[in-house]
Write a protein that binds this ligand. Structure first.
Ligand code: GCO
Ligand code: MG
Length: 403
């Protein structure tokens, strides 16, 4: 019987903040889990240190399901991003331990590989249409089969998805939130031109994706979906804010552009209607924010019954530990769709040595027991926490809007 003897939280900022939970056992095995919640990191640190770790000590490390239920049902206050990120971190660390104890990568424990590799999409962006088209070409040259494209909008000084650093896009860029300005009218006339150019330039083959980042109303999103139909997107992401799940029904009634949503969801209860009414095509919930492998597996199983496939969030603010967990999950999950892969900086990769590797548009988790990711604590200690916020967004008249 393997007991949890200790656990600690490691915060490091090799260019951006990452929170990692490390759980120790009496059998000389430890496991790690990602606990990063962009811009709200310290809330999860406190939640883990003050309210979770004291309960874990002495528990049986192999009882992943029971510990999940203990932390979810047992705290009375269910769900929410902070709680669910903390639960996810524990869950990931325990799967890591179970894999190490079994001498197997976690995808083997889940049921084994369903595919040879995990198709990923990269991020191309530019200030202008020309620049964005060129950036997409660079991803095609690197071997990507799927590329997300975002472009600047004439008349708006900055917008979501466009950054100076092309490879390592990082929006959490200020010790206080920076401000973007938004115009739905300008965006709706400009965005379709990008995809027209991309199909003209690169033909039918590459999968093209686009992220609206929660900015439209359902009827506006429906219009965009229709305008994009000739360019056959792989998906249109977060076209509306899904606080109201029924909003997607309006979009669905009007367009056959595939819909993806869910990077900010933290449980099945955020997407139950979306899935069972088949209002979406891809669910973006991911390991670190949606309850770990244990809960994501349930969401994916429910999605599989309703023709919805997975498309896990994989931005730079999810640490390599989450990527390792997501890749083990993706290699197994029957209804896999795609995995987002925004590369980490070399500094981050050095702090989190990992087994996963990229080849010809696919990632593979590797075959090391557990999640296949570790943390170099000495190196991590060289990068202390730095407060950083995501931007906020205002309409041109100053009204607060969704970023
Ligand atoms: C994506 C996301 C990110 C988020 C970021 C917030 O599709 O990758 O929208 O760019 O904005 O993860 O923390
Ligand atoms: Mg997104």
């Amino acid at each position: 019987m393997m007991k949890i003897t200790d656990a600690k939280v490691i915060v490091t900022c090799p260019g951006r903040n990452f929170v990692t939970l490390k759980i120790y056992t009496d059998e000389d095995l430890y496991g790690i889990g990602d606990a990063t919640l962009n811009g709200r990191e310290k809330a999860v640190v406190a939640y883990l240190e003050e309210h979770v770790i004291p309960c874990l000590i002495g528990m049986q490390a192999d009882r992943i399901e029971d510990i999940w239920q203990y932390l979810y049902r047992g705290c009375y206050w269910r769900r929410g991003p902070v709680t669910m990120t903390a639960i996810s971190a524990v869950d990931m660390a325990l799967w890591d331990i179970k894999g190490k104890a079994a001498g197997m990568p976690v995808y083997q424990l889940l049921g084994g590989a369903s595919r040879d590799g995990v198709m990923v999409y990269g991020h191309a962006n530019g200030e202008t249409l020309e620049e964005t088209v060129e950036e997409v070409g660079k991803y095609i040259d690197m071997g990507y089969k799927a590329i997300r494209a975002q472009t600047g909008i004439p008349g708006l000084p900055s917008t979501y998805g466009v950054s100076g650093d092309k490879m390592f896009y990082e929006p959490a860029n200020g010790a206080l939130p920076s401000e973007n300005v938004w115009s739905t009218e300008k965006y709706l006339t400009h965005a379709p031109k990008l995809f027209e150019r991309l199909r003209e330039t690169y033909g039918d083959e590459p999968h093209l994706l686009h992220d609206v980042h929660h900015r439209l109303t359902p009827i506006e999103a429906a219009r965009l979906g229709k305008l994009l139909e000739p360019y056959r997107l792989f998906w249109m992401e977060d076209c509306v804010a899904a606080d109201n799940q029924e909003g997607l029904r309006r979009v669905r009634e009007h367009t056959v552009t595939p819909l993806a949503i869910g990077e900010i969801f933290n449980s099945i209860w955020n997407c139950k209607t979306l899935i069972e009414e088949q209002l979406i095509d891809y669910i973006r919930a991911t390991v670190v924010h949606a309850g770990g492998i244990t809960h994501l597996r349930q969401i994916a199983g429910f999605a599989a019954l309703h023709h919805v496939r997975t498309g896990c969030h994989g931005a730079t603010d999810l640490s390599p530990v989450c990527m390792g967990a997501a890749l083990n999950f993706n290699l197994w999950v029957p209804n896999f769709g795609i995995q987002e892969y925004m590369r980490h900086t070399p500094e981050t990769d050095a702090v989190f040595p990992h087994e996963y590797s990229f080849k010809d548009g696919y990632l593979h988790p590797g075959n090391k027991p557990g999640l296949g990711v570790d943390i170099d604590e000495k190196l991590a200690a060289k990068y202390p926490y730095q407060r950083a916020y995501l931007p906020i967004n205002r309409l041109q008249d100053g009204t607060m809007w969704n970023w």
